[in-house]
Design a protein around this ligand. Structure first.
Ligand SMILES: [Zn+2]
Length: 285
């Protein structure tokens, strides 16, 4: 059996017709005035993607009318969720007082469908007496992902893979367990021997260390600009809440805690409540 994590129940299947349609309509419209105060961009508008912007004094940066954090290095980030399809409007004001608008249409992707049969039924449907705990866990995770963090090293150093191993699950895949559709998978599952050291993808602050029902021992690191990374199913954790960690520092060891079928790391990257594809993010160099 492959080493994967068992995720939450999803009531309905996504529209499968998306699988048969190809979308090539990516565009980034950069009006002349933007170049004056957006110095550089990294990344593309694509589902699961992250974009990094450097500005020369731009203010009031908004995405679809919601204010975006500008960091100490005059940079800001935006991310795209798995299912983002609509054009998103990035706006701001240059130091000369001229406003700008950038239209970002996320490129749509085709996701894998992963069917797994023969799982014990208690792994597929959580027992009723665990529902309160599951709800509490979700709240704790949400709070951790809402922490801004204060490191900006990912602008220059990028994100590194936390462990080397066999990829047994990819971002965005639709899981069908014992014939029943589940939530899409938002992490990358990396199978590695029990006890393999896990490294921090980027520098940041430990914003959660907790043993959770679904994901077992789980660490969340806040990297700055509301980007966080999540490491699940750990055997051991070597860091404490609030601790500052540096890129590649060992934070724990691979395990199979929580709802897991074998030793692996589930690695995720988030921008607030948006789930990003760690592979796309790590490939931004
Ligand atoms: Zn996983």
């Amino acid at each position: 059996m492959v080493a994967i994590c068992i995720n939450r129940i999803k009531q309905t299947l996504p529209k499968m017709k998306n699988l048969t349609v190809f979308f090539i309509c990516v565009f980034v419209l950069l009006p002349a005035s933007v170049s004056a105060c957006i110095i550089s961009t990294k990344g593309q508008p694509i589902q699961g993607g992250l974009m990094l912007f450097k500005t020369a004094g731009a203010t009031n940066i908004q995405l679809d009318g919601v204010l975006i954090n500008i960091n100490s290095e005059n940079g800001f980030v935006i991310g795209f969720h798995r299912d983002d399809t609509e054009v998103q409007i990035l706006s701001g004001v240059c130091p000369d007082g001229v406003s700008f608008i950038i239209k970002l249409k996320p490129k749509q992707r085709i996701y894998d469908i992963q069917k797994i049969y023969g799982l014990p039924s208690n792994m597929v449907s959580p027992p009723a007496n665990t529902l309160n705990r599951i709800k509490k866990d979700a709240q704790i995770v949400k709070q951790a992902r809402a922490i801004k963090g204060n490191s900006v090293n990912y602008f220059t150093d990028g994100f590194n893979w936390p462990v080397k191993g066999t990829i047994t699950g990819v971002y965005g895949s639709q899981r069908i367990l014992n014939g029943a559709p589940r939530q899409p998978h938002y992490g990358i599952d990396i199978a590695a021997p029990l006890g393999t050291p896990i490294h921090a993808s980027a520098s940041g602050e430990i914003s959660m260390v907790k043993n959770l029902y679904f994901t077992g021992w789980t660490i969340i690191i806040s990297h700055g600009d509301y980007i966080s990374s999540t490491y699940s199913h750990l055997q051991d954790v070597f860091v404490d809440l609030g601790e500052q960690v540096t890129q590649d520092q060992i934070i724990g060891r691979v395990g199979s805690t929580g709802r897991s079928t074998g030793a692996h790391l589930d690695w995720r990257i988030n921008w607030l409540d948006k789930r990003l594809d760690p592979k796309l993010v790590a490939d931004m160099r």
